[in-house]
Design a binder for this molecule. Structure first.
Ligand code: 13P
Ligand code: SF4
Length: 305
């Protein structure tokens, strides 16, 4: 273990590489990363990074987003088969068909999507900024793809008309109201914190709804001592690191994204050793997808000012 961590640190310097990891990664990978964050944070860090090589420990759409924002950089993903089933549910022609049907609508695409789908969109969003992004648009109609649950959550904060695509994250969509009621009975003093990829009835009965980093922030600032967590189990590592005196209970035993668990220390090392698993995209797609991602970053940087 020590040996592999040392090798990764050595190669990282030698290759001028930055290692980014999502909160759903296994603890060992979060430990060796230069930054751990949610999809929006990883996007921003990658864009600002000075390093020539970015190793993205997460799923493919995350690495692809880094490549779109920094096409001049070498972007590597430790396991090339780490996909996101929700991102794979929608194809560019689905977006074109929806646009054809709803000509006045703006297409808002969740970052959990392929570069080709982003390329067909007006703007991207992440789970932490979707409400701000939708409200920044002049259009009264919004085609929201691919996550119907996130779309329906966002629609609560605006009067705009939403057109949904039937996509969902199997990990979050599997959480049921029965899970929530069972855990509340077991831990009556713990507030329920859930990700907006959960179904509407779960969101309705939660105490807080937010992206992975917002859940982390909420639990860290709260004076309460125990929490029920409705998102992928990987977040428990960062939650516990930030809050060693607090207790966290997963909302269900099945909150595991198998694709997020495909990255190991061995795969990080071998992708650095061999400079393997390059994330590539055609110039045309990169150009069009970058417009949608950069529009999102521009809206958010205006808000942060
Ligand atoms: P975040 O945007 O909260 O990082 O979530 C990403 C994701 O894949 C959720 O399933
Ligand atoms: Fe995709 Fe869901 Fe896994 Fe996130 S948790 S990467 S949305 S399958």
């Amino acid at each position: 273990m020590e040996n592999i961590i040392e090798k990764i640190a050595f190669l990282k310097k030698e290759r001028n590489a930055l290692i980014l990891a999502h909160y759903y990664q296994i603890p060992e990978v979060q430990q060796i990363a230069d930054f751990v964050g949610d999809s929006f944070e990883l996007c921003k860090i990658a864009k600002r990074a000075q390093e020539e090589v970015i190793v993205l420990c997460g799923v493919y759409f995350m690495a692809e987003s880094v490549k779109i924002l920094s096409p001049e950089k070498t972007v590597l993903i430790p396991n090339i088969n780490a996909g996101c089933p929700m991102a794979d549910m929608i194809k560019p022609e689905d977006v074109r068909n929806l646009r054809h049907q709803y000509k006045e609508a703006a297409v808002v695409t969740y970052i959990n999507s392929s570069a080709a789908v982003k390329a067909e969109s007006d703007i991207c969003c992440t789970s932490s900024n979707a409400v701000e992004i939708v409200n920044s648009l002049p259009n009264e109609e919004i085609i929201f793809v691919p996550d119907k649950n996130l779309g329906s959550y966002v629609s609560r904060f605006t009067n705009k008309k939403f057109i949904y695509f039937d996509g969902y994250c199997h990990v979050h969509n599997n959480i049921t109201l029965q899970d929530l009621e069972r855990e509340r009975k077991l831990h009556p003093n713990a507030p329920v914190l859930v990700h907006p990829e959960c179904r509407a009835e779960v969101v309705d009965h939660a105490d807080f709804v937010g992206s992975t980093s917002r859940i982390l922030d909420y639990a860290t600032r709260s004076e309460q001592k125990e929490f029920i967590i409705g998102t992928e189990k990987g977040i428990l590592y960062s939650l516990k690191q930030n809050n060693p005196d607090k207790e966290f209970y997963p909302l269900s035993a099945n909150l595991i994204c198998p694709n997020m668990k495909k990255t190991s220390l061995a795969s990080v090392l071998s992708c650095l050793e061999d400079e393997a698993n390059h994330v590539e995209c055609s110039e045309k797609i990169i150009e069009a997808a970058a417009l949608s991602l950069n529009k999102m970053l521009a809206v958010m940087s205006q808000k942060e000012r």
